[in-house]
Design a binder for this molecule. Structure first.
Ligand SMILES: NC(=O)c1ccc[n+]([C@@H]2O[C@H](COP(=O)([O-])OP(=O)(O)OC[C@H]3O[C@@H](n4cnc5c(N)ncnc54)[C@H](OP(=O)(O)O)[C@@H]3O)[C@@H](O)[C@H]2O)c1
Length: 350
């Protein structure tokens, strides 16, 4: 299997290349600078790996860079600026794609704008295959199962001891208005911006009491309603997580090394939690939780697992959410070796 990685010179791109090699998959490193691509191949321990050069504004070259690949992983960031060119080139080359985007408006845009072309080309395109967006969407599918129509579903995220890569901070700066206001929520068939949170507290797993949460631009808020019948969906985060993303400024970006990210010790300390709460219109409720660590390492595992599944087990085509593309429980179980634990509780009847 040969998987092209656009943005292979970046922090996450490098981790994805390493994960592909670890799994015995041949990476093709793609980007805009041959020297940096060669250096990235060498840094991953594969100095002879194939590199291909294509600028994002050269659609033909980009499409050509994906010819002969079985799949593509998009890692060029910020995705709001660079992601869709990679998606469109993969579609034009007839190659399935996942990307690691966490940008809610971008993910919604790809799902809404690229679906028809992807379906016509017979390929699956799955944005947001990262440590929390993909599990959040899959848990949303599982937690809603059997509850009938939902009144609301919320996805809440918190993290501790977690540093951001430069690319993450630049992404937060690029999408600052969305980060500050919390991004779109789903409300009776539409995506609404600037809506206040319905929930202001979440009791995190193991906590004795509920803690404050705020509206947060989390892609599962726009992906879950594409496969779950619900009147409302929103993303939430702890105030600390929100403050980190909403507060990213140009000085912080300028102070960080280009293409840099947390070192292995820092990544090993990082922990994060997802809580997905569903409330049916009949009053029944249900919770799903997931805990994991190493945001960036886990993202590379998830992106590689996702693209391998698209290649090995072709299913639906079009621009898809994770739960539309993959078997939710089976995918989550496959993440146990990466240290992810998850649980869907029994429904609670009022
Ligand atoms: N849970 C989540 O939501 C989650 C988790 C993990 C990661 N992520 C996302 O993953 C991204 C992480 O980025 P990172 O830390 O890897 O960033 P990075 O180290 O700065 O790398 C950025 C990559 O994009 C490429 N790129 C940037 N501008 C380009 C352009 N104009 N043309 C072609 N290539 C361009 C860079 O190529 P050059 O080397 O040529 O500059 C580089 O390969 C962020 O968007 C983050 O939000 C999300």
């Amino acid at each position: 299997m040969r998987i092209a990685v656009y943005g292979a010179t970046g922090f996450v791109g490098g981790l994805v290349v390493a994960e592909l090699l670890q799994r015995g998959v041949d990476p093709v490193l793609v980007g805009r600078d041959r020297g940096r691509l060669r250096a990235a191949a060498a840094a991953a321990g594969a100095p002879d790996a194939e590199v291909r050069v294509a600028e994002l504004d050269d659609g033909l070259a980009l499409r050509g860079a994906f010819d002969g690949a079985d799949g593509v992983v998009g890692c060029a960031s910020p995705f709001t600026l660079h992601g869709e060119a990679v998606v469109r080139a993969a579609i034009a080359a007839g190659v399935p794609l996942v990307d690691v985007a966490g940008e809610e408006e971008y993910v919604l845009g790809v799902l809404e704008r690229c679906g028809q072309d992807a379906a016509s080309a017979g390929v699956a395109v799955v944005p947001a295959a990262n440590n929390d967006c993909l599990p959040g969407d899959l848990l949303g599918h599982l937690v809603a199962d059997g509850l009938g129509e939902l009144e609301t579903i919320s996805v809440a995220f918190t993290a501790t001891d977690t540093e951001g890569s430069r690319g993450t901070v630049l992404m937060a700066l690029t999408t600052q208005e969305t980060m500050r206001t919390g991004g779109p929520v789903y409300e009776r068939g539409s995506y609404v911006r600037g809506a206040p949170a319905r929930r202001t507290e979440v009791r995190w797993p193991g906590a004795a009491a509920a803690s404050p949460v705020v509206r947060f631009a989390l892609p599962p808020a726009v992906t879950i309603p594409r496969h779950v019948t619900t009147r409302h969906a929103e993303g939430l985060a702890s105030p600390e997580v929100h403050a980190f993303f909403a507060g990213a400024g140009p000085d912080l970006v300028a102070s960080m090394p280009l293409r840099g990210g947390p070192d292995p010790q820092s990544r090993a300390r990082s922990r994060y939690t997802l809580v997905v709460d569903a409330l049916g219109v009949d009053g029944r409720s249900r919770r799903a939780t997931l805990e994991g660590g190493d945001v960036y390492g886990t993202t590379s595992v998830i992106a590689v697992e996702a693209v391998r599944r698209l290649v090995d087990r072709p299913g639906p085509v079009g621009a898809l959410t994770p739960a539309q593309a993959f078997d939710a429980g089976d995918f989550l179980d496959a993440l146990a070796p990466a240290g992810l634990t998850w649980h869907v509780e029994d429904p609670v009847t009022p």
